[in-house]
Design a protein around this ligand. Structure first.
Ligand SMILES: Cc1cc2nc3c(=O)[nH]c(=O)nc-3n(C[C@H](O)[C@H](O)[C@H](O)COP(=O)(O)OP(=O)(O)OC[C@H]3O[C@@H](n4cnc5c(N)ncnc54)[C@H](O)[C@@H]3O)c2cc1C
Length: 422
C-alpha cells in the first residue's frame, strides 16, 4: 500500500478543520470546535466523492483501486463521525449573526443531511448483516450508495447558506465552497458522464466453460485498451441484459491486437447468469484498466500463490514473461479438485519455456490442505529471501503468512490482491 494518498487525504481533512478552528476562535471555543468538525466532515465527504470518480493516475498514490476504495470508505466513516460531532457540539453564533430565513432553513436541512448520511453510511459500511451470513445484495448496496451525492448537495447548501458573522474571515468559506463544487462535480461525473465516456468496446470471440469458470476471449473494436499484466477492468454487456459493470482481472498478457481473456467464476447472480447470456458476437464493454497488482521484474525470487480463481492475475503475469525475465519464480495454485485448475495445461506450457518458473497445483480434496510447511517444501528457495504475491481468499493468505512466520520463513514482502472493492 502506498501511504501518499491516505496521508494527503488525512492532511486535507485536518487542515480544513484547523482553518475552521482558527477562523471561529474569536466566537468561543464551542463554536470553533463545532465549525472545525463540520469543515472536516465536508472535506472528508468531498474527497470520498472525488476518489469514487476514479481520477486517472490517482490510484497509484494509494497502491491500487481496491486500496483507494478502502480510503474512500474510511473517509465516509470519518465524515459521518465528524458530522455527528458537529451536530453534538453545535456552533452557537447567537449575537454574532443577523439571522435570516435562508440561514434558518440551511440549519434545518443540515439535520436532514445528517440523518440521511447515518442511514446510507450504515448500509454502505455493514457489508454483512451482523450475526448472520446474509450479505446485502450488491445491486441494492450500489443503488443506495448513489444517493450520497444528493445528501452531499444538501450538506453543501447547509454550509453555503448558514448564517455567518459579517466580519468573519472568508478563506474558510472559499475553501469549503471549492471542495463542495469539486465533490458535486465528481459525483455528477461518476453517475452521468463516466458510464458513457470511459468504457471501451469489445466483441466476444470465444466462450469456453470449465465447470464453474467461464473463459471469455474478447477482441477490441475501436479505441484500444492498454493494460499491464495483472490489472483489471469493469466488464458489462448491456445488450445481453448484463449491464451492471463487474470487476475482473484481465487473465492474459497484453497482446498487439488488443485481444484479451477473462476467467470468470460463478459466485453470485451476475456471474451465474453470464454463460447462458453471452454468445460469440456479443458486444462487451470494459472500463479500465485499474489496479497495481502488476509483475515486479526487479524482485529476484518470487512466490506466486493463487487460491482458486485468484489465478487470473498470475495467468497474465506468466504469459507476459520474456526471455529477459531471469527471476526465480514458484507458482503454487491451491484448488479444491484438480479439475478446477482450468488453466493448468496452459501454465505448464509456459513453465516448460521458462525453466526458472516452477508450477505446482495443490488440490485440497486429493492432496490435503495447503499449509505453510507444504508451501515451503514446494518452493525451490527459502521463502524468507523471497517476496510472496498472493491472490485468493484472505483466510488462506492469513493462514499461510502466519504459518511461515512461525517457521521463521516470513517472506520479505507480501503483496496481495483482494477480489473485493467495498
Ligand atoms: C479487482 C478485482 C478483480 C477480480 N477479478 C476476478 C477474476 O479475474 N475472476 C473472477 O471470477 N472474479 C473476479 N473478481 C470477483 C468478481 O468481481 C465478483 O465475483 C463478481 O463481481 C460477483 O458478482 P455476482 O453478482 O455474480 O455475485 P454477488 O454474490 O452479487 O457478489 C459477490 C461479491 O462480489 C462483489 N461484487 C459484486 N458485484 C460487484 C460489482 N459490480 N463491483 C464490484 N464488486 C462486486 C461484492 O463484494 C459481493 O459481495 C474480482 C474482483 C475484484 C474487486
Amino acid at each position: 500500500m502506498s501511504w501518499t494518498g491516505p496521508i494527503l487525504a488525512t492532511l486535507a481533512v485536518l487542515a480544513t478543520a484547523a482553518l475552521g478552528l482558527q477562523t471561529y476562535a474569536p466566537y468561543g471555543t464551542t463554536t470553533a470546535v463545532g465549525v472545525a468538525l463540520g469543515a472536516g466532515s465536508i472535506t472528508a465527504m468531498s474527497l470520498a466523492l472525488m476518489l469514487s470518480a476514479r481520477p486517472p493516475r490517482v490510484e497509484r498514490l494509494f497502491g491500487g483501486l481496491d486500496r483507494m476504495y478502502g480510503v474512500h470508505k474510511w473517509l465516509g466513516i470519518a465524515a459521518l463521525a465528524l458530522m455527528i460531532g458537529h451536530n453534538t457540539i453545535e456552533p452557537d453564533l447567537e449575537g454574532f449573526v443577523r439571522e435570516t430565513r435562508v440561514g434558518e432553513f440551511a440549519a434545518d436541512v443540515g439535520e436532514i443531511a445528517l440523518n440521511g448520511f447515518i442511514g446510507l453510511l450504515l448500509i454502505s459500511w455493514i457489508k454483512r448483516i451482523p450475526f448472520t451470513r446474509l450479505e446485502l445484495p450488491w445491486p441494492i448496496w450500489r443503488f443506495t450508495h448513489r444517493f450520497t451525492g444528493l445528501l452531499f448537495a444538501v450538506a453543501a447548501f447547509h454550509q453555503l447558506a448558514i448564517d455567518k458573522p459579517a466580519d468573519v474571515d472568508g478563506t474558510l468559506s472559499l475553501v469549503l465552497n471549492a471542495l463542495c463544487l469539486a465533490g458535486l462535480a465528481a459525483w455528477l461525473f461518476t453517475q452521468f458522464v463516466a458510464p458513457f465516456l470511459r468504457p471501451r468496446h469489445f466483441v466476444l470471440e470465444r466462450i469456453e466453460r470449465h465447470g464453474a469458470v467461464t473463459e471469455l476471449t474478447l477482441r477490441p473494436q475501436g479505441r484500444a485498451m492498454h493494460w499491464q499484466a495483472g490489472q483489471f477492468a469493469f466488464v458489462s454487456a448491456p445488450g445481453a441484459g448484463m449491464g451492471e459493470p463487474h470487476p475482473f482481472t484481465i487473465a492474459s498478457a497484453p497482446a498487439a491486437d488488443g485481444s484479451l481473456r477473462l476467467g470468470i467464476k460463478a459466485l453470485g447472480d451476475w456471474t451465474r447468469r453470464l454463460p447462458a447470456r453471452l454468445a460469440p458476437g456479443q458486444r462487451v464493454k470494459m472500463d479500465g484498466p485499474y489496479g497495481r497488482f502488476v509483475f515486479r521484474p526487479r524482485v529476484p525470487r518470487q512466490v506466486w500463490l493463487a487460491g482458486g480463481i485468484g489465478i487470473t492475475p498470475f495467468l497474465a503475469w506468466a504469459e507476459a514473461l520474456t526471455d529477459a525475465d531471469q527471476q526465480q519464480i514458484a507458482l503454487v495454485w491451491a484448488v479444491t479438485t484438480r479439475a478446477e485448475a482450468f488453466a493448468a495445461e496452459r501454465l505448464a506450457g509456459i513453465a516448460a519455456r521458462h525453466p526458472n518458473l516452477t508450477l505446482h497445483v495443490v488440490a485440497s480434496a486429493e492432496d490435503g490442505r495447503l499449509t505453510a510447511e507444504r508451501l515451503a517444501g514446494l518452493v525451490p528457495f527459502a521463502l524468507r529471501d523471497a517476496a510472496l504475491f498472493y491472490c485468493g481468499p484472505s483466510g488462506l493468505r492469513d493462514a499461510i503468512v502466519s504459518g511461515l512466520k512461525a517457521m521463521g520463513q516470513r517472506p520479505r514482502r507480501v503483496h496481495s490482491e483482494a477480489f473485493e472493492l467495498r
